[in-house]
Design a protein around this ligand. Structure first.
Ligand code: AKG
Ligand code: FE2
Length: 356
């Protein structure tokens, strides 16, 4: 492909600088204290001090960056390698094969190659699946239309091992997501289990991303600038690199350096609201390059559709009143979905529409 379809071209102010600084990147946090903590062993006191330190590190990272990387997270490396292998195999097939599980108006899950972010087409193809076997979402994004529909995953015939690899990976990541929410709760001065009630069901999603080499990496993006709308994102990226985060301190785009077997974590809009902006959801984007393809796998941890998202009572008082009106997560997400993936002339729904 020599010429790039104009649908992919970013406005001048959003085009990437191809040498974004790598210095002063996101914090790297070692989760050993969490995975080795066992209240019954003799070193419980030392272990709990280590967990307290970890909680403080997480709190600092959430405040300063909204992003951090974790190592020693307890997710089995074989499970990650397996899904990465299956994803490569899936995307390596011809378009005809992939289109057999293509997403359409009715089935929101599966393969898709024409996603847009803020009305510009992304240089990528994706495969989406939900974590909960039966995921319920509102049938309509319109207020007053109350029905729900069931989302079911579309699994391809090839590669035959994709489904199992995805299901196993999702289970592992769900455990890590709960652990991280526990640490985040503690860092906000809340009990470890404070967020559990919001995840008895879920609308969590895992996405396999493939960014093919792009002949115009200075004009297009793999994913345009955006914030993640859910609670927390846990990203596995390969060794190629391309993720950039808008640094809060100065608004510069900085690269998130790939670290083998680490996950990149970021706070989404829902935590921004729950925490009444103690933590903010930070803008990020993905650059592409002309030589190498790149693969990544975000796990989007999201509450069930019926959740009313609002600042937690414990984190607000008369000096720090709630900054958001409650909004229904399912309707918010359905509205996003209804407009997100095609070119539109209007802006997507945003949490700032609920800002008081
Ligand atoms: O591929 C990546 O590094 C990040 C993708 C991303 O931000 C997203 O899918 O929301
Ligand atoms: Fe994202």
């Amino acid at each position: 492909m020599g010429e790039v379809d104009p649908a992919f071209i970013q406005d001048v102010e959003h085009r990437p600088k191809l040498a974004a600084p790598q210095a002063e990147g996101i914090p790297l946090i070692d989760l050993t204290a969490l995975t080795s903590y066992s209240p019954s062993d003799g070193s419980a006191v030392a272990a709990s001090t280590a967990v307290e330190r970890l909680v403080a590190e997480i709190g600092d990272a959430c405040k300063k960056w909204g992003f951090f990387a974790v190592v020693n997270h307890g997710v089995a490396v074989e499970k990650r390698e397996r899904i990465e292998r299956e994803a490569r195999e899936f995307f390596g097939q011809g378009l005809e094969e992939k289109k057999k599980v293509r997403r359409d108006e009715k089935t929101a899950l599966g393969y898709y190659e024409t996603e847009h972010t803020k009305n510009v087409r992304d240089w990528k193809e994706v495969f989406d699946f939900t974590v909960q076997e039966t995921t319920l979402v509102p049938a309509s994004h319109k207020d007053g239309e109350e029905g729900v529909i069931e989302w079911t995953n579309q699994w391809p015939e090839y590669p035959p091992g994709l489904r199992e690899a995805c299901e196993e990976y999702a289970q592992e990541l769900e455990k890590l997501a709960h652990e991280l929410m526990g640490l985040i709760a503690r860092s906000l001065g809340l009990p470890t289990n404070r967020f559990d009630e919001f995840f008895e069901d879920q609308t969590s999603l895992v996405r396999l991303n493939h960014y093919p080499p792009c002949p115009a990496p200075h004009l297009a993006l793999g994913v345009g600038r955006h914030k993640d709308s859910g609670a927390l994102t846990i990203l596995a990226q390969d060794e190629v690199g391309g993720l950039e985060v808008k640094r809060k301190s100065d608004g510069e785009w900085v690269q998130v350096k790939p670290i083998p077997n680490a996950f990149v974590i970021n706070v989404g809009d829902v935590i921004q609201v729950w925490s009444n902006e103690a933590y903010e959801s930070v803008e990020h984007r993905v650059t592409v390059n002309s030589e190498k393809e790149r693969f990544s796998i975000p796990f989007f941890f999201r509450p069930p559709h019926y959740t009313m998202v609002q600042p937690l009572k414990e984190l607000t008082d008369k000096h720090n009143p709630p900054k958001y009106r409650p909004y229904n997560w399912g309707k918010f997400y359905a509205t996003r979905k209804a407009s997100n993936f095609k070119k539109l002339d209007v802006e997507n729904i945003q949490i700032r529409h609920f800002r008081i």
